[in-house]
Design a protein around this ligand. Structure first.
Ligand SMILES: [Zn+2]
Length: 153
C-alpha cells in the first residue's frame, strides 16, 4: 500500500514527526509541548486527508525529540498518533504511546468548585480506561470526566 499523504508535508532532517493526530488537536499538542514558543522550525499540517481518520493534523519539529513523559501526555490528546524520531531524514525510532495512569499539572479540573482552582494545588487526575473511552478522575473532587471534556479546556 502506498502512502501518498506522507509527502503532504516536507521531510525533515532531524527531529520528531507526530502523525495521525485527530484534526483540530494539532494546535493543542503544539501548546502542550510549548512548541509555539520554540525557536526550532515547526511545520504544521492541519486537516490533511487521512484514510483512517478522515482528516488529521501532523506536526514536524526540527531538532526536538520528545521524551517518554511527553509521549504519555500526548496519548491523552491523540491516543492513536504515531511519533517518529528522525535522524538524517530516516526514521530511527518509533515511540509507542502509552496512556499514563496519572496525569499531574497538565489539565485544569472542569469542576469550578474543585479545590484545585482556589488553592495552589497542582491538578491531578487518575486515568481510567473503559472499553473505547478514556476517562479522567480528579484526585481532589473525585469527579470523572471524559478525556474530551478535560482536554478541551
Ligand atoms: Zn476536581
Amino acid at each position: 500500500m502506498t502512502k501518498p499523504t506522507q509527502l503532504q508535508v516536507e521531510a525533515i532532517k532531524d527531529g520528531t514527526v507526530i502523525d495521525h493526530i485527530p484534526a483540530h488537536v494539532g494546535i493543542k499538542v503544539l501548546k502542550l509541548f510549548s512548541m509555539q514558543k520554540s525557536n526550532e522550525r515547526v511545520t504544521v499540517g492541519l486537516n490533511l486527508p487521512s484514510s483512517a481518520l478522515g482528516a488529521k493534523d501532523i506536526l514536524k519539529i526540527e531538532n526536538v525529540f520528545i521524551n517518554e513523559e511527553q509521549a504519555s501526555k500526548l496519548a491523552l490528546y491523540a491516543p492513536y498518533a504515531t511519533v517518529n524520531q528522525i535522524e538524517g531524514y530516516k526514521v530511527v525510532r518509533k515511540l509507542e504511546l502509552e496512556l499514563p495512569s496519572q496525569v499531574r499539572g497538565v489539565f485544569a479540573c472542569p469542576n469550578s468548585n474543585c479545590i484545585t482552582h482556589g488553592e495552589p494545588v497542582e491538578s491531578q487526575f487518575n486515568v481510567v480506561e473503559k472499553k473505547d473511552s478514556i476517562r479522567l478522575k480528579c484526585k481532589y473532587c473525585e469527579k470523572v470526566y471524559s478525556r474530551e471534556v478535560v482536554t478541551e479546556l
